[in-house]
Design a protein around this ligand. Structure first.
Ligand code: CTP
Length: 402
């Protein structure tokens, strides 16, 4: 069904339309036209195989500039970095199995993949291929890798494929692809001018020079939140307990203990518009840690514990006007009840609760499934989704609270 789209809503947006070699390339012609009609500057980057399906003359007529299909035959000396740096969005339509695999593996063997690797702009990938290829575990693993990195996938539909075959694998319709582009571009600026502080990972409280009290938090959800905030145009600081792959542009500070986390958070919280405490902070720490290694010959140690500061509680008590404060609740029972209690007792604007006993939502999982409660009384239950997708749901809901 065609949906009314406001005219010129892509004005001043630079969109790289990446076209790879499949019969569905003919539908990308329609996508190119529509993006241009909406005011976007569309630069087309193709693989060599794509030109066998739709020729350079067609792209030249419809796009805003010279078609990019080779490193060696381009008016710009370094075409892929220019495209990657200028892009507000890179849209790969259609995406073949090879292009998806090369992008997932970081193998820049043509101008399209090089552009994908050279960009920090949001990326949408629209796969199109035969059913057997789409369902192959290698392809699905590559799709999962891209999704975990924040790439939006517009999934293929069911219908007639090349030849006489039919099934899943058909490129999504141009309407759906253009709508996805509009959504991504709109959200990519939604936090411009805002400062976002995120914490991630489990703290480690030293027992001696070797051992610590820790927990199983991987920090993946916090990292995904920081990436999502960056993609929406925010200035992002991440205070984390463990290093992971992270986009340039996020200001990372690594800490170990609850006390260090508290110190770094309190330095930054006052100036932040949004504070998200995704870190799993240890509630207790040894009263005194041995500076050396405890030796076995000295017998089993006894350890006195004392509470750590409740960072979120303090943030809630000193919250400034207009600031949004988000807590997490990792629970193994009475999920909704416990989360709502923490929402109120810590004076939060939102709490994100997950059941750690679910294998799809537990520690170190790449996926999550959460219940979100806001101070405004909204409740939302997400399906199982990648941690990046959960981050996107959280920010969509948070932005409504501004
Ligand atoms: N939190 C914090 N400082 C602590 C403990 C927790 O800032 N010392 C924050 C966490 O980052 C999280 C929220 O408080 O956003 C809830 O943490 P959780 O461990 O689920 O709750 P607690 O308040 O510690 O209560 P309990 O352990 O009894 O569930």
């Amino acid at each position: 069904m065609t949906q009314t789209i406001p005219s010129k809503s892509l004005e001043n947006k630079f969109i790289v339309l990446g076209v790879s070699g499949g019969i569905a390339a003919y539908k990308a012609v329609e996508v190119c036209r529509r993006l241009g009609d909406l005011g976007a500057h569309v630069a087309v980057a193709t693989t060599q195989a794509a030109l066998r399906f739709v020729g350079a003359a067609t792209w030249r007529a419809l796009s805003a500039e010279h078609i990019h299909h080779s490193f060696w035959d381009d008016p710009h000396p370094i075409p892929h970095t220019r495209l990657g740096q200028k892009a507000d969005l890179v849209l790969v339509c259609p995406a073949t199995a090879r292009v998806i695999a090369a992008y997932a593996a970081g193998l820049s063997d043509d101008i399209l993949i090089a552009t994908l690797l050279a960009t920090q702009a949001p990326v949408i990938v629209c796969p199109a291929m035969h059913t057997e290829m789409w369902e192959h575990p290698a392809l699905q693993a590559n799709i999962a890798t891209l999704q975990a990195r924040g790439v939006k996938i517009v999934p293929p539909g069911v219908g007639q494929l090349a030849g006489q075959d039919s099934g899943v694998g058909r490129l999504a319709e141009p309407d759906e692809i253009v709508r996805a582009a509009l959504e991504v571009v709109a959200s990519s600026n939604s936090l411009k001018g805002k400062k976002v502080l995120v914490t991630a990972g489990g703290t480690r409280e030293p027992i001696d020079a070797v051992r610590f009290i820790g927990n199983r938090s991987s920090g993946k959800q916090g990292y995904a939140l920081a990436e999502e905030a960056l993609a929406r145009g925010a200035e992002v600081a991440l205070v984390a307990t463990n290093p992971r792959e992270l986009s340039q542009g996020i200001n990372l500070c690594l800490v170990e203990t609850a006390q260090e986390l508290e110190a770094e958070v309190s330095k930054r919280a006052g100036a932040s518009d949004i504070v998200i405490m995704a870190a799993a902070v240890a509630d207790y720490k040894p009263v005194s840690a041995l500076p050396t290694k405890h030796k076995k010959e000295n017998g089993a140690p006894t350890m006195a514990l004392e509470p750590t500061p409740d960072i979120l509680l303090a943030l809630g008590a000193s919250k400034k006007d207009g600031q949004l404060l988000v807590g997490f609740a990792a629970e193994s029972g009475d999920l909704a009840q416990n989360a709502q209690r923490k929402l109120v007792s810590k004076n939060l604007d939102m709490i994100v609760a997950n059941d750690i006993l679910q294998p799809t939502a537990g520690f170190d999982s790449d996926t999550n499934e959460v219940l979100i409660f806001t101070k405004a009384g909204e409740q939302q239950k997400t399906p199982i989704a990648s941690k990046r997708e959960i981050a996107s749901v959280i920010f969509n809901s948070l932005e409504k609270l501004f």
